[in-house]
Write a protein that binds this ligand. Sequence first.
Ligand code: GDG
Length: 467
Amino acid sequence: MTQADFVVVANRLPVDRDDEGGWRHSPGGLVTALEPVMRKRDGAWVGWPGKADLELDPLEVDGIFIVPVALSAAEVENYYEGFSNDTIWPLYHDVIAAPRYKRIWWDTYVAVNRRFAKAAADVAAPGATVWVQDYQLQLVPALLRELRPDLTIGYFHHIPFPAYGIFAQLPWRRQVLEGLLGADVIGFQRVADAGNFARAVRRQFHYETRASGIRVPTPDGGTRLALAKAFPISIDADSYVELAQREDVRARAAEIRASLGNPRKILLGVDRLDYTKGIRHRLKAFGELLGDGSLSVEDVTLVQVASPSRERVEAYMQLRDEIELTVGRINGDHDTMGHTAIRYLHQAYPREEMVALYLAADVMLVTALRDGMNLVAKEYVATRTDNRGVLVLSEFAGAADELGSALLINPHDIDGVKDAIRRAIDMPAAEQGRRMRALRRRVIEHDVEDWSRSFLTALDATRPDAR
Ligand code: GDG
């Protein structure tokens, strides 16, 4: 049995199974971020291959040791669609949608987390470092520590951690906190998320917390220190800059503008179709601006990419209906034969096309009601190599902590969103340049490699031999 000194545990594997039974690289941000470390550290990746009832043996793909964890169709329904995406996701995003608490979902979540922990314990070499990713696997750190006390365990939480008053709704709140406290370093997107976590730990267990450290009791009657701290995630900025400078991508951006009738300004929204992203608020503001005559479709078009997501979860089906009704109404009221108000695209595109869209857009609208980070905001900024363009950014996205030079908005304040859109459309080039330069500096200096390096450095510092 192969053993690895560095193990990543995530809900999904970094590769997808293609229809011929081969493996394809899935180009996600996490994969790009961790690939260099995986190679350097002789890494293994434990995760679900993305299809139910697929039992696969471990294998090596492009220098990464892949350990597939099988899930039955019922487990996908209860652990993934149920507890992860219909309990934790809405609860941790400030109950924008109502979380559903079902005991069968919880029981399955526990069973699946055990399976992931066991798989990680089996592949980790003595004294290895294991990095667990995200809210689907909150119990893995403690389960793994129980199986393998010799390991150094990190956990990164990609979504918000809510205020105690909201978190306290969770019937299994103590078990979840205990699960997370099994890690040596618990990483969050924002300082506020780490603070909410520490507060929940104090309220539930009365453990002592000082600065980022939490004193956690150990089975031998002593204590150990767990670190709960912000490590804001980022993008592979260089690869976005490169794409943005490619001739074919730039030509495609011009083609997109032309195919929309070369409007004076193009506004853009890019989101998974998710109720956390504030798509309805954005449409409402834009619709009102057209309605009150502030904007005209001859002049301005909104392109909204809403990539399909979690289509078997009820709240997402409802959201899709509402958004499509709203888009239909706005377009019906305002379109002319030659111009459309909203070009709505319920599709997923290759990365080149996304970058062409970023290049074509004068204004990027990120109006999330709650978002761990929001990488779309960072991607837009990275591609704007001419320092033109305006980012309108929700204060409720983690990215707002770093991107203060954007036009920050409260998405619930529709008049405020309308003002920001107007301001963005009319912003003089000099001000665009000033703001965009500051935004780009931040994203390029703090890229995803910087993120994984700072997390792993903090994690290494907790090793017994480093202490
Ligand atoms: C979670 C947290 C946190 C979207 N549509 C297409 C496409 N995308 C890409 C974007 C971006 C990514 O998906 C979405 O990332 P976000 O950060 O915006 O949002 P979530 O999916 O909700 O991610 C979030 C993140 O984890 C990382 O920690 O920032 O807060 O919710 O990269 O470009 N990519 C392609 N075609 C599409 O149609 N190729």
